[in-house]
Design a protein around this ligand. Structure first.
Ligand SMILES: Nc1ncnc2c1ncn2[C@@H]1O[C@H](COP(=O)(O)OP(=O)(O)OP(=O)(O)O)[C@@H](O)[C@H]1O
Ligand SMILES: [Mg+2]
Length: 324
């Protein structure tokens, strides 16, 4: 099947191990989509908000209602309890009552201990957002980008509709779970985008995640984002710069610069980092048989739209073929 451009999907679920850069990637994707003229919604799942601060530094929280952060770009945070209150409100028409029940401590404790409902209700909300239409019948959002919880959770997150589908035999829950399942299993609409770092543990975990997704969940995954990759550190023709620096006489004084030994150590560190990343990218490509999208490590860190823009182009470019 020919690769579908990332921005032509309806739903991109960004997932990966903790701290690999899911939020950064979700925000950069949303920026890329909005810049390309797509009406995009970026939804952060959970209790904290990080996306708005990246896309619009200094912005107030967007909350469950969400808010436009720039042209074509809306951000929201999906708190499962809010989504449940809304769902119950829509279903039984008693939103106020639903809120009172959900505010009850004993009920909350019971819910906190129950598996699965958070993920299902969150996906249900996302399905609802995907279905929203403008007055002219066009979808309200061309693309929804979800910043999903870290993997482990990430997998249950997508597996829940199937679990509910097989456990609940009839009624509205069954029907709704079916719609959610239809959405996430449709490779034209939904893709899961794993984010990894090119290091041993994240690479092994990502390979496992991809395998389980293929075997158990049936969600499309067509590329892996490898974040914070250290680029080739030396200019062309100077591939042995670290060795050249190390060969300088130790007592050489270069005005305004550290000693040759210090420079050589820094250069050797960069080379080692680059080679480590390159090695683990090869392993990742070999084990997953997927194309990789490499994003550069930005030395100053990712603080706002300027840095996101540096990642956005690479992110939406076609992935590097596994064999390349
Ligand atoms: N390409 C990059 N270059 C430099 N720093 C980066 C890059 N990508 C992400 N970071 C930094 O790495 C840290 C983790 O990124 P981020 O918050 O996006 O990860 P996450 O996967 O969402 O984490 P969590 O699992 O806690 O939600 C942040 O400080 C972020 O600014
Ligand atoms: Mg995050």
């Amino acid at each position: 099947m020919p690769l579908i451009p990332l921005l032509d999907r309806r739903l991109i679920v960004v997932t990966g191990k903790g701290g690999t850069g899911k939020t950064t990637v979700a925000a950069a994707l949303a920026l890329a989509a909005a810049t390309a003229g797509r009406r995009v919604l970026v939804a952060e799942v959970g209790l904290d908000e990080h996306v708005p601060a990246l896309l619009a530094p200094g912005a107030n929280p967007v909350g469950y209602e969400g808010r436009d952060l720039r042209k074509h770009l809306r951000a929201m945070r999906i708190d499962p309890y809010e989504a449940l209150a809304e769902y119950l409100g829509l279903q039984i028409g008693l939103r106020g009552l639903a809120r009172r029940v959900l505010g009850n401590r004993a009920f909350r404790q019971l819910m906190d201990a129950s598996p699965g409902w958070r993920e299902l209700i969150t996906l249900g909300k996302i399905w609802h957002l995907e279905q929203m239409k403008e007055a002219d019948g066009k979808p309200r959002f061309d693309l929804i980008v979800v910043d999903a919880p870290a993997t482990g959770h990430g997998l249950t997150f997508l597996d829940v509709p199937r679990v509910v589908g097989s456990a609940v035999r009839a009624g509205p829950l069954r029907r709704h779970a079916g719609w959610v399942e239809e959405m996430i299993r449709d490779p034209q609409r939904t893709v899961l985008l794993p984010v990894a770092l090119a290091e041993e543990l994240p690479v092994r975990e990502t390979a496992e995640l991809v395998e389980r997704l293929r075997d158990q969940v049936g969600v499309a995954v067509d590329r892996v984002v490898v974040n914070a990759v250290t680029a080739a550190p030396f200019p062309p023709g100077l591939d042995d710069l670290d060795a050249r620096l190390a060969a300088l006489p130790g007592d050489l004084v270069l005005p305004g610069t550290p000693s040759p030994a210090t420079l050589a150590a820094c250069a050797a560190h960069l080379r080692a980092r680059h080679e480590l990343n390159a090695r683990w990218m090869r392993v990742l490509a070999d084990t997953t048989k997927l194309g990789l999208v490499a994003l550069p490590r930005i030395a100053r860190g990712v603080r706002g739209p300027d840095e996101l823009a540096l990642l956005a182009d690479a992110l939406v470019a076609p992935p590097r073929e596994p064999s390349a």
